[in-house]
Design a protein around this ligand. Structure first.
Ligand code: MG
Length: 202
């Protein structure tokens, strides 16, 4: 199983990062050791600026390579929700030095994932709202209507380069509002009004 994440897939987030809007999907990966499905999350000590990035997650259920966008919807049925945790201070150093992002993005427990997945037939994937609350206050809110690249376009693009396998997870990018978390924070992720995960920062 691999975890593939899309960067800058919402224009307002690219803007808050002072990054240009991409012309094709940007992707990077996290190892399976990044997966985190527990409520308790221990803040890593190597960063002073760990940012939450709430993201819609697509679970691949069929092996595919060179998938055409019009056939991409046949490669997934379940939609979940996760956080692409990012050590923003380390990422900044990596970016400025022209180095890969793994230290900032791929560390243990950096890919929070809901235990609940929803069948896509029950959702409108062209306008699906999702949000993250911290201590009860909404800190990020997005809709898939604002994605720069749709789920199907993302799958088509990734599969040109990397074979997708059953169980692979695609984190589809975060809307604006990314911010630091601290010990004591209580994060909750929602698709529409349904809570999909709780996370306690320890
Ligand atoms: Mg992200």
């Amino acid at each position: 199983m691999k975890i593939i994440c899309i960067g800058r897939n919402y224009a307002d987030h690219a803007k808050e990062m002072n990054s240009p809007v991409p012309k094709e999907p940007i992707f990077f990966m996290k190892p399976d050791t990044a997966l985190h499905r527990e409520v308790d999350f221990y803040l890593p000590d190597f960063t002073k600026d760990l940012h939450h990035e709430i993201e819609i997650v697509v679970k691949i259920n069929k092996v595919g390579k060179n998938i055409e966008p019009q056939f991409a919807s046949g490669y997934y049925t379940e939609i979940g929700l996760g956080i692409d945790f990012t050590a923003r201070d380390i990422q900044k150093i990596c970016k400025e030095s022209g180095l890969p992002w793994e230290k900032a993005k791929a560390f243990d427990s950096s890919a929070v994932l809901s235990n609940t997945f929803i069948d896509k037939s029950k959702l409108d994937l062209t306008n699906l709202s999702f949000s993250l609350t911290n201590n009860g206050t909404v800190v990020q809110k997005g809709t898939t209507a604002n994605m720069i690249f749709s789920i199907d376009q993302i799958i088509a693009h990734i599969s040109k380069y990397v074979t997708l396998k059953v169980g692979d997870l695609i984190y589809t990018g975060t809307p604006e509002g990314v911010a630091s978390v601290k010990i004591g924070d209580q994060l909750s992720g929602f698709i529409e009004d349904q809570k999909l995960f709780d996370l306690k920062v320890l």
